[in-house]
Design a protein around this ligand. Sequence first.
Ligand SMILES: [Fe+2]
Length: 422
Amino acid sequence: MLDNVTLHQLQCFEAVVSEGSFQAAAEKLRRAQPTVSTSVKNLENQLQLTLLDRSGYRVTLTDAGRSFYERTRVFLHEAKRLRDHAAQLAMGEESELRVVIGDVSPLPETLALLRRFFDGCPGTKLHLHFEAVSGPWERLFDGEADLIFHYIEKSDPRLEFVDLFTFKIIPVVAPNFLRFPISKSITPEQMRDFAMAFGKPRAQLLRYKRAGDVPEVSVMVSTLMADGTTDKTALRSEDWHTDDSYFATPAKATLLHSIEKPSRGGNTWFCNMRAAYAALPEKTKQRIDGMRAVHAYDTARASNRPSARTAQEIAETPDVEHPLVRTHPDNGQKALYLNFNRLDRIVGLERAESDALLDELAAHARQPRFHTAHEWTVGDIVIWDNRATMHRVRRFDDLNTVRDVRRTTTRSDGPTVAQEAA
Ligand SMILES: [Fe+2]
């Protein structure tokens, strides 16, 4: 019955009803009145329905006409939307935009930006979501978002970005979360207990560095000793490393607490190994994914020798293997897993080839674009994730000033790979 009904007929019918007469409808549609009258008549004939009562001074709807009119309006509205959509597509405009606002974006400013954009593109439909922490990136990388307002890794080659805002992150904890105020007076026991929030604290391997009867806390004072010997720890730590990688189950978190700081230098630098991995050439990624490397307490590749071990400590630190690329258990993202103090060789490669690849990866990770620093204030506790970072302390005048930090590491959930039988 509707096969031969035209859009024009429906528009004429709608106009006659909404304008109240054939004459007004004709003016609205810029058509001659007989054209409008004929169109509506043809519509009624094709539907075999009388839509309009023409007996009075003004045309009115019949009962059938009233019902048909309501649906005609909906139909014409949808037809207009369809036409607008086609026009947008023809002009290359986004017909819809999926936007995610992250939890750190200032909401009034972000919404004002969005409002300005949509005022200029009223035909674009907005799908708006709010996400926290890594949620915005996940939606973007999963193809569920076109645009996110969030902080990003600028070195990530998958992203195009525009700087919009700066914001300050202020770490806070709930009242009474800490059983003590963070201050210079924190005790080894308090340090160990606090570390338990981030995993199971591990006892310091080197007994002479243990903080009294709290083996999980290390006393790391980087000064020359009164007898003229040198604490080699300071020298060893100067290069980029991740903590405890000479254990099959390496460190998850490290907590470092500043007790005394040198007058200059001594900042701790961090290397973002997730960004470093993401920026690798695809060919290199394919080559190293699945590779394992041997981490040794001491290796000729390191620029300095580590602290000496007792016989017992040597027995506790056989060489172990770790993947070159680790997948983070919490967010599923890949990161390079390097340690310039401990990495000895890549499993299955000749020494020369292994050295060349490790040198290539080291040069890549040494690029400043992956680095950031923490400048210490006495009393600070800095906590980092060793599964996705390396760190190093920068040089300072250890002949004349003291850098005293206390450290606790927590264990990862398990070995990174099944280890060969010792
Ligand atoms: Fe370290």
